[in-house]
Design a protein around this ligand. Structure first.
Ligand code: ZN
Length: 348
């Protein structure tokens, strides 16, 4: 349950400052609510007040303009004085894209026309009806088990023969360290090669861990090939039966693992294109597609859920890229490869 007393709007202007139109923003708050829950419960080790809390979404007024123009929002617990999790205006970017598409559809904005915008918030006109504003979607989850394991030995292993792919797309909250064994990358690569020209994937399982110094990190321990999926050249869908078999596999392994996310592979889309066209083609670089974002938003909503993308781009090895939630938005993020245990032994 959550509440917001404000409705957010987009005011669109031409680059010369002429008003083009105002559109009501349809903001998907669920990832932000989940992020706030993650920050307040899991990352910061602060207990929420148990069941029945009702997070409140409130505008932060833009310091450079008068209200009702907003510079971001905060989400806090219903309790007065509770600490708030801030979100910048970039949180609105998906809603802004949708709203500007509406303006294009209505003819107010030409396709490709550059525009400027401001976001403002108005108090909902109707007094709150105590039943209808409580939307029972984001019931707080039970916290996942968090193992207490020292981080230093893992980092020492990782430094031996790993590369840390730092592909931060923003400088917001630093993401937590995520370890992925080389064997998981290798297994996924083999599975994807054997499947050929359609997307293939699986579930990443492992654990959330906390170093005695408080640092939260996650450690993938295995991948479970996804069964009962619908795969095409451009998409992969998970079905209920996929989860039944993943749950069964986790239970059988009996290692206390939880699902940490998913991996999937994109076949080499540019195989039949001439090489001079490949350099211009958007499919010649790793791309977490709109469909991929949709799957992550619908199926992997936990704030620690990650998506490993393997992109076959013509080289012998695919490109490995990780995506996950940061402040309620899906972003590319770094991960740390753990060498196989056998390889570590050989080195010592
Ligand atoms: Zn994909």
């Amino acid at each position: 349950m959550w509440q917001s007393d404000f409705q957010y709007y987009l005011a669109v202007e031409s680059v010369d400052g002429e008003s083009i139109g105002d559109v009501r923003l349809d903001v998907d708050w669920i990832p932000a609510l989940r992020w706030a829950e993650f920050e307040q419960n899991v990352r910061n080790q602060r207990a929420l007040n148990g069941c029945g809390t009702s997070p409140v979404i409130e505008p932060v007024w833009n310091p450079e303009r008068e209200p009702p123009y907003v510079g971001g929002v905060t989400i806090r617990d219903y309790e007065p004085g509770a600490e708030a999790t801030p979100f910048t205006l970039t949180y609105f970017s998906d809603a802004v894209t949708k709203a500007s598409a509406e303006l294009v559809a209505s003819g107010a904005l030409a396709t490709g026309q550059p525009f400027e915008y401001k976001i403002y918030a108005l108090a909902q006109a109707k007094p709150r009806d105590p039943v209808s504003w409580e939307i029972d979607i984001v019931a707080l989850d039970e916290l996942p088990p968090i193992q207490s394991v020292e981080l230093a030995p893992l980092m020492a292993d990782a430094e031996i023969n790993t590369n840390i792919a730092v592909r931060r797309s923003s400088d917001r909250t630093p993401t937590m360290p995520i370890f992925i064994p080389q064997s998981v990358l290798d297994e996924a690569t083999d599975l994807a090669r054997n499947v050929g020209d359609i997307e293939t994937g699986g579930i990443l399982v492992g654990s959330l861990c906390r170093d005695p110094d408080g640092t939260l990190y996650s450690k993938v321990t295995a991948q479970i090939p996804a069964e009962h999926t619908t795969a095409t050249r451009e998409s992969l869908r998970f079905h209920h039966a996929t989860w039944v078999s993943v749950d069964a596999a986790i239970r059988l392994r009996n290692l206390g693992e939880i699902p940490l996310g998913w991996w999937h592979a994109h076949p080499f889309f540019c195989e039949h294109c001439p090489s001079e066209r490949r350099s211009l083609c958007p499919f010649s670089i790793p791309k977490f597609s709109v469909a991929d974002r949709g799957v992550h938003r619908e199926v992997f909503q936990k704030s620690w859920s990650v998506a490993l993308l393997l992109s076959f781009l013509g080289a012998e090895q695919p490109s490995y890229d990780l995506f996950g939630w940061n402040q309620g938005q899906i972003e590319a993020m770094p991960f740390i490869t753990l060498p196989d245990r056998a390889a570590i032994k050989e080195n010592h």
